[in-house]
Write a protein that binds this ligand. Structure first.
Ligand code: C5P
Length: 287
């Protein structure tokens, strides 16, 4: 039996660069894993079995965990069956990458149960076939991601800090939030300039002196998400009133992360709140 943590992520910055002919968007984003984790148990079994603590989550073939298991078998040719149990803590439809993290954890776990037949690079490439964020979770916890989100540059761990996650009762569909974007054709020069500017911000995160400077936190998906759910804009304003140096929506929402606060205890009516830290892993071990 293998028991593993499956962490959530936040995006310190997320810039949308252009809409692609395949309907996806090219982006540039700094991803960080955080210690808000689901727990997963894996074992070899006579037949496949997938159970989940949250009855609202379908455990059929549409779940990213089932997709990861089926893809792992197809790619490796391994015939084994697996029992998988998922204990959910990461909120769904929150922009925290919970489903992608579960899929990445599944790929890593099954590979370990089967004698490490695949390389990390292969697991990452296979993950990208079923979800843009999955390769990030196979990184070591801090990465600059481009393309659909699946092209990674792993970074050294950043200085740790307290991060409050606030999840309102409303959830958002990633596809619907991207669907609200109204991007005119971006010319290649604009995109190249944006990329250069973003890459120049990365060392500032590493130095950490400027992590309290709110201009290095931004998310181009906030505006489309607030169009879909105006109450999210109101929640952001309310959270800013607590004196954090930065409050930003994570990914496609609907959750927010708050950094640079005093040592306060955050309790927002109707919202789930989680006090978190960064989480990183060594190359050879899971989180
Ligand atoms: O890759 P994933 O299945 O997580 O993407 C979910 C949806 O989000 C896609 O169907 C697409 O509509 C949108 N998306 C996008 N550009 C990205 C990532 C996701 O348009 N880079």
């Amino acid at each position: 039996m293998l028991s593993l943590q499956s962490p959530a992520k936040i995006n310190f910055f997320l810039r949308i660069l252009r809409k692609r002919p395949d309907g996806y968007h090219d982006l540039a984003s700094l991803f960080q894993a955080i210690d808000l984790c689901d727990t997963m148990h894996f074992d070899l079994a006579e037949n496949d079995a997938f159970t989940c603590s949250d009855p609202s989550l379908p455990t059929d073939a549409t779940n990213l965990v089932s997709k990861a298991r089926d893809l792992f078998r197809k790619k490796t040719g391994i015939k084994h069956c697996f029992s998988i149990n998922l204990h959910k803590k990461i909120p769904q439809h929150a922009g925290l990458g919970g489903g992608s993290s579960n899929a990445a954890t599944t790929l890593w776990a099954l590979n370990n149960l089967c004698g490490k037949k695949a390389t990390d690079k292969q697991l990452s490439d296979w993950g990208a076939e079923i979800g843009s964020d999955i390769p990030f979770f196979l990184s070591q916890g801090t990465a600059y991601c481009t393309g659909r989100g699946e092209i990674l540059r792993g970074l050294a761990p950043l200085e740790n800090q307290t991060i409050w996650i606030v999840k309102p009762p409303i959830g958002l569909s990633t596809q619907r939030v991207y669907g609200q974007l109204d991007i005119k054709d971006s010319n290649p020069e604009y995109v190249a300039k944006q990329i250069l500017e973003l890459e120049s911000i990365l060392p500032e995160f590493a130095l950490s002196q400027r992590t309290k400077d709110e201009t290095i936190y931004f998310n181009d998906l906030e505006e489309p998400a607030f169009k879909l759910a105006p109450q999210l804009g109101a929640l952001k304003q309310k959270l800013e009133g607590y004196g954090f140096s930065s409050v930003l929506m994570s990914g496609s929402g609907s959750s927010f992360f708050c950094v640079g606060g005093k040592d306060l205890l955050l309790n927002i009516p109707d919202c789930q709140t989680f006090k978190c830290q960064h989480i990183n892993r060594d190359h050879s071990r899971w989180y």
